[in-house]
Design a protein around this ligand. Structure first.
Ligand code: ATP
Ligand code: MG
Ligand code: MG
Ligand code: MG
Length: 439
């Protein structure tokens, strides 16, 4: 992509309304634009990162055996009356009336709708286990939308729903999602810690929030330092082996970790001081086993091996990809801007032409651009006639992992400079060696 033909509305001034660094940087880097309180457009650069995050989420959901579908944003209130949540949900739900006077709502979550899909076509335990997920915009009329896409009213969610015959099998579904989540966050360059979370009125101990430690996080969290060094399972993890998955979940739930609602001071106080990590955290994912809470009132039953109908055991599993963008920036930036982990960077390389119009510079840049693109490297090519300082500042701000700098002298002598955004290290190398260095 040539910068001269791209849409990258960089802000020079630091926006006053933004209280936290990720919000400031997303606005300055031209990633998002607020359209109404807590409602954002994702501008091209933001959209590219959002897509990369969604690709990772999708790959790991698919790997674990979940199946993608797409449910609508608008739901019928009648379904929510069946589960009893229409009245209970309160003011966070955006209620809508259509021209015929029918009650609709903009979905804040999809348990009811997916249960309806399930009950309309699944009859036998032989079709289980089943896990259906989608990536869809949600709306929650948050009392205090803030921090940009970190807590917005309209936000993207990956929500998955598992259906099983009994608790044991539902537990295995839970473990699969747990492991998929560990991998998803690690691939986004984040250290997410699963913490025991409140299951509310449903009870049981099967709920975990995945938390990123960050000073700007809204939750107060308490965990053992061991979490910082625990290994995340590789891509070869066997999702068809429940025993292996349980062992991973056990490893990741044994050291102490809880959000403040679930915090047990007695257990905490018994830990040696230097093993404790009390911090602030950002909730990026939440998984939940809730059994027959929706299947029983909504009559989502299957015929079991004994010929009797039983309500299915369900769980739900959410990740907020739009919030993740902000969380990644909170975890990875410096005073000059964003530092994208390679896996989610909007482009792999920023190619800087220091003197557009100079025949050598243009030729070398055009060649490098074509060569890198042909090799599958995503390049943002700054071919604009701006000051050197402004070019460097923009590249640092938008945080691409590598910068490739071509000036008139180097172009003449066949050399380019490469800068690693994360370390700041610069290296001069022959143009012929650039491709190998980048790949
Ligand atoms: P929070 O405690 O931050 O309000 P939640 O517990 O209400 O979140 P869940 O219902 O567990 O959220 O939704 C699953 C995921 O959706 C969350 O872990 C988070 O990543 C994302 N999410 C929830 N609310 C928002 C929001 N207002 N803006 C952006 N992402 C959100
Ligand atoms: Mg909430
Ligand atoms: Mg929460
Ligand atoms: Mg939650």
């Amino acid at each position: 992509m040539r910068l001269s033909r791209y849409f990258l509305p960089i802000l020079k001034e630091t926006p006053k309304e933004a209280e936290i660094v990720s919000h400031r940087l997303m606005l300055r880097a031209g990633m998002i634009r607020q359209q109404a309180a807590g409602i954002y457009s994702f501008l091209p650069l933001g959209k590219r990162v959002l897509d990369k995050v969604c690709d990772i989420v999708r790959e790991e959901q698919n790997r674990s055996g979940a199946i993608e579908l797409l449910m609508p944003t608008i739901q019928s209130a009648d379904l929510w009356r069946e589960s009893g949540r229409y009245e209970d949900y309160g003011k966070e739900m955006l209620r809508i009336e259509d021209r015929h006077g029918r009650d609709l709502l903009f979905g804040p979550t999809n348990e009811e709708m997916v249960t309806d899909i399930f009950r309309s076509s699944v009859r036998s335990y032989k079709d289980l286990p089943l896990n259906l997920y989608h990536l869809q915009w949600k709306f929650r009329d948050e009392v205090r939308p803030r921090f940009g896409v970190m807590r917005s009213r309209e936000f993207l969610m990956k929500d998955a729903y598992s259906f099983d015959l009994d608790f044991e099998s539902a537990r295995a579904s839970y473990d699969r999602m747990f492991v998929a989540y560990l991998r998803t966050f690690e691939r986004c360059g984040l250290k997410a810690i699963p913490m025991r979370a409140d299951t509310g009125p449903i009870g049981g101990d099967l709920s975990h929030e995945f938390i990123i430690l960050a000073a700007t996080g809204e939750s107060e969290v308490f965990c053992h330092r061991d979490y910082l060094g625990l290994p995340v399972p590789g891509a070869d993890v066997d999702f068809s082996d429940p025993t292996a998955l349980r062992a991973i979940v056990d490893t990741w739930t044994t050291p102490y970790a809880a959000t403040d609602e679930m915090h047990e001071t007695a257990v905490w106080d018994a830990l040696p001081e230097d093993e404790r990590l009390a911090a602030r955290g950002i909730e990026v994912g939440h998984i939940f086993h809730f059994g027959t809470k929706y299947s029983a009132p909504m009559n989502a039953v299957v015929t079991g091996p004994d010929g009797k109908d039983v309500p299915v055991h369900m769980g739900s599993y959410g990740i907020g990809p739009s919030r993740l963008l902000a969380a990644i920036i909170e975890a990875s930036h410096d005073e000059n801007g964003i530092i994208w982990p390679k896996s989610v960077a909007p482009f792999d390389v920023g190619l800087i032409n220091m003197k557009p119009g100079d025949a050598d510079c243009d030729r070398v840049c055009d060649e490098l651009y074509a060569q890198l693109e042909a090799a599958g490297v995503e390049v943002l090519y700054d071919d604009q006639e701006t000051r050197a300082g402004a070019k460097f500042a923009t590249m640092d701000l938008i945080g691409l992992p590598l910068q490739l700098i071509v000036g008139p002298r180097g172009a003449k002598s066949g050399e380019a400079e490469i800068k690693d955004r994360a370390t700041g290290e610069r290296e001069t190398l022959p143009i012929a060696a650039v491709l190998d260095r980048v790949l």
